[in-house]
Design a protein around this ligand. Structure first.
Ligand SMILES: Cc1cc2nc3c(=O)[nH]c(=O)nc-3n(C[C@H](O)[C@H](O)[C@H](O)COP(=O)(O)OP(=O)(O)OC[C@H]3O[C@@H](n4cnc5c(N)ncnc54)[C@H](O)[C@@H]3O)c2cc1C
Length: 373
């Protein structure tokens, strides 16, 4: 017989979006249940933008601890098209510097705070069925079966979009960017830099644990991804860079880890709210990492989602849930325009499919031409 759990809000996933919603709801006295399957994914050297700072008190994030456990980003260098590299100092940001995160530590801290505030959490759980009318989720955890009942369901499963798949809601894709990531043990180099090259762009930074990450962002149909994708072909391309290469002059294939790949395209769910459900974070909309806004948006919109759910459960009105959807639509439209402006700045490769395809104005994107499914 399955065990029954009753809560107010069931959240699927336990990443930054889920923890932000849980923190907001727990502050208003709701019983929150988080169910996560703990997808095994490698860290890709994500930055937490300083725009997330105003939300730290709700999430109970201690900034001093953040400085000690993660790596502050004081400046960033870029060679974005023609000219010389440009350095931008974090001192000119209104909220100061951001951090290269150790995702495991960061997420554990978020989750510990949420659990301390009363949320129930099931890790390594497998969901077998789900319904939004009424809100129930059946899942198994450590050889036991559970049925959770609630008043509202939230999908925070990142790009997996578990709930939308169940509800047959489409995802709209705006590009096909994939990140190829390699780690290097190189304690001597700590700059954060990006560089535009013919068929994609490079990112290199220190990550916590005396390691560096080097990532190459390119279209999924690029020659590099079609051909041999081992460390040597990664290094051959890397050696054609001008700026990033100068920071790793003696890099050899043997120093590179296995190359890992992650989808990094911009995409948005066609519908992100319903009568008793909503989605937040990457599950609602996923951003190109060039924007460094995935985690901070998961946090800020997670807190907005928590407030909208509170209004729905307290007053029975859907008004704030609809407002939340409109806010996401506007945020994502603005993001697409900024992204297009950023890619259009690179004029050095006028024949390159990568730069042409990514600098289309969002309203004119032709999904067939881009080969986006
Ligand atoms: C290559 C790359 C580089 C990036 N760089 C940056 C950066 O520099 N700065 C930045 O801000 N963002 C960056 N991002 C984006 C950032 O990683 C995401 O925006 C952020 O993790 C979104 O948080 P989330 O809580 O929505 O989802 P996630 O962090 O993806 O969490 C989803 C959670 O749901 C769980 N889950 C998934 N499926 C199920 C299921 N079926 N059942 C139960 N649980 C499930 C997972 O285990 C996970 O815990 C990058 C992304 C990529 C791919």
């Amino acid at each position: 017989m399955p065990l029954h759990i009753q809560s107010d809000v069931i959240i699927i996933g336990a990443g930054p979006a889920a923890c932000s919603i849980a923190a907001s709801l727990s502050a208003n006295g709701y019983r929150v249940l988080l169910i996560d399957r703990n997808t095994n994914r490698s860290s890709v050297g994500e930055n937490l933008a300083s725009t997330a700072k105003p939300y730290f008190p709700i999430l109970k994030i201690d900034e001093e601890r953040l400085d000690n456990e993660h790596l502050p980003i004081y400046q960033m260098g870029s060679l974005w098209g023609e000219g010389l590299p440009v350095w931008k100092d974090s001192i000119y940001n209104t909220n100061g510097f951001g951090w290269h995160l150790d995702r495991e530590i960061f997420e554990k801290e978020l989750l510990d705070n949420v659990i301390a505030n009363g949320a129930a959490y099931f890790s390594y759980a497998t969901i077998s069925s789900l319904s939004v009318e009424p809100c129930t989720v059946s899942f198994s955890h450590q050889d036991k079966d559970y049925i959770a009942g609630g008043r509202f369901i939230v999908d925070c499963t990142g790009r997996n979009r578990f709930l939308q798949k169940q509800l047959a809601i489409k995802t709209i894709k705006y590009d096909t960017i994939i990140a190829a990531n390699a780690y290097v043990n190189d304690v001597n180099f700590s700059d954060t830099i990006i560089e535009a090259t013919e068929n994609g762009w490079w990112y290199s930074a220190s990550i916590p644990g005396s390691k560096k990450i080097i990532s190459y962002y390119t279209n999924s149909k690029s020659e590099y991804l079609k051909a041999n994708r081992g460390p040597q072909s990664f290094l051959d391309l890397f050696n054609k860079t001008q700026f990033v290469k100068t920071k790793h002059p003696h890099l050899e294939a043997a120093n590179l880890s296995t190359i890992t790949y992650r989808f990094a395209n911009s995409e948005k769910s066609e519908k992100i709210t319903g009568n008793n459900w909503l989605c937040a974070g990457d599950s609602a909309a996923a951003f190109d990492p060039i924007s460094s806004q995935g985690i901070s948006t998961a946090i800020s919109m997670g807190i907005t989602a928590g407030e909208a759910i509170h209004q729905k459960l307290w007053k029975g009105t859907n008004y704030h849930v609809r407002e939340y959807e409109s806010e996401y639509d506007e945020l994502f439209s603005n993001y697409l325009v900024k992204r297009q402006q950023l890619y259009s700045m690179v004029k050095s490769f006028p024949e390159s499919h990568f730069w042409l395809s990514n600098s289309f104005h969002p309203s004119t994107i032709n999904h067939k031409t881009l080969n986006i499914k």
